[in-house]
Structures are given as structure tokens and as C-alpha cells.
Design a protein around this ligand. Sequence first.
Ligand code: MF3
Ligand code: CO
Ligand code: CO
Length: 267
Amino acid sequence: MSVIPKTPEEIQQMRVAGRLAAEVLDYIAPFVKPGVTTGKLNDLCHAYMVGVQGCVPAPLNYAPPGYKPFPKSICTSVNHQVCHGIPGDRLLKPGDALNIDVTVIKNGFHGDSSRMFHVGEPGIQARRLVDVTFECMWRGIAAVRPGAHLGDVGAAIQAHAEEHGYSVVREFCGHGIGRKFHEEPQVLHYGKAGTGLLLAPGMTFTIEPMINAGKAGIRELADGWTIVTKDHSLSAQWEHTVLVTERGAEVLTLSAGAPPPPAGIAA
Ligand code: MF3
Ligand code: CO
Ligand code: CO
């Protein structure tokens, strides 16, 4: 149980990988329209990562213990799907809320980011859930600094979600990231301030809250990957990879098209 801060050289590689992951999301954004399939979005992202960026898509054939290999290069999770949706022949329709989760490997280092997209015009409920979940992610990021505890991150996220009547998914969390896709620490999106790992400069991890409009319960589909809300309520997720700096946090998965932090959060 140890979290080893990255060296300056490793941090530089993490900046490169992080920016590339964000740029895949920039690239795919204009293709998210009614009538496109999630499989087509996967194929476009795959070609961009491999052919343009010279990256390896980390999800493809990724098989943690107890899982079968993930068959695609990105995750696409629609509406009541929480995470790990497998791209396929599903046609997106107006009003769908879609999470696209991209993880690239560049020079052996991982960059991991996801964004929400509205297909056509969003309904009021979807817009609000997606916006509040974005704020949750940024409140978590704003809690990151040397001397803070991971519980501060989780508590900030949980408080904001529950203030809006939403619930935090418990079974999946953010994670340390580097040469490995998922490493220590686990970054819970709920918890108690002042508890958990003490943060130190050089640590890199993701913050990726999954927030449900209804109850927190989830279940896994028979495909062995897709996670959905038990009550079929809408779910949203945003994800950044961050670095603990001497002063606070540096977000590694920024790009020209990344939405800016919400009002009230310093960039
Ligand atoms: N990108 C996801 C995360 O944020 C993990 C996806 S695992 C996969 O941790 F195999 F489904 F791609
Ligand atoms: Co992640
Ligand atoms: Co991810």
C-alpha cells in the first residue's frame, strides 16, 4: 500500500499522454449527432489515436482480474448506463446523454479523461445532472493540494451531489495512473474530510465521479462490462487526470476543446 510520486521526467510524459487523451475528445465532439452509432464513434477515435496520434487505446483488450477483455477502444455510456458501455450498433437519438471515456497510452504512460455530450437538444433533467456532475468533478479537483487528504476530495464531491438530490455511485472510483492504467490510490467520490491518503506533490490520479439522478445502486449487464443504474435513472460522469503540485493541482487532461472550469473554481 504505497503511492510513489512521479519523477519530473515521468510527469512530463504524463502531461503528453493527458493532453492526447483530451484531444481525442476534442476530435470526436463534432461527430456526436443524432443517427451516429457508438460503434462509429469508437472506430473514428481508434483511427485517430492509432493513425494520427501514434497512441495505443488502453481499453482495447484490457482485462483486469475477473473481467473478459474489453472489446473496443473507448467506452460509450448512454443515459442510464453509468460507465464501461461497449460501443456497438446503438444509434444515438436526440435527447440522449452520452459519456465518452478515452484512455491513451503514449510512450508507456496513460492519460484518462471522459466528457458528457448531449445528442441534439438536452432535456432539463439531463442538462442539470450533467452540469452538476461537472461541478462535482471540479470541486473534487479544487480540493487537491499537498497536505490535503483524499477524503477531502470525496467529501467535496458527495456534498455537492447530495445537495442537488443526486447520489454517488460507490462501486467505481478514480485511480492512480501512470505506467499502469489503474494503480494506487483508489480515489473515492464520497467520504469524510480529513481522512484517507495524505496527498504529496508528484502523485497522479483520476477524479471521475459517477452521479445518478435516482438511487446509487448499480448492476452489471450480461456483456460483463456495461454498468447501469438499478432504478434505470439517468447517470452522468466526467473525468480528468490530475497531478498534485507544490501549490495545488495541475489538470493533465486539458486541451483547446475541454470545457473550462465552472464559475467559482480557479483554473
Ligand atoms: N477509462 C475507465 C476509467 O476511467 C476504465 C475503462 S476500463 C475498460 O478508469 F476496459 F472498460 F476500458
Ligand atoms: Co479512469
Ligand atoms: Co476513463
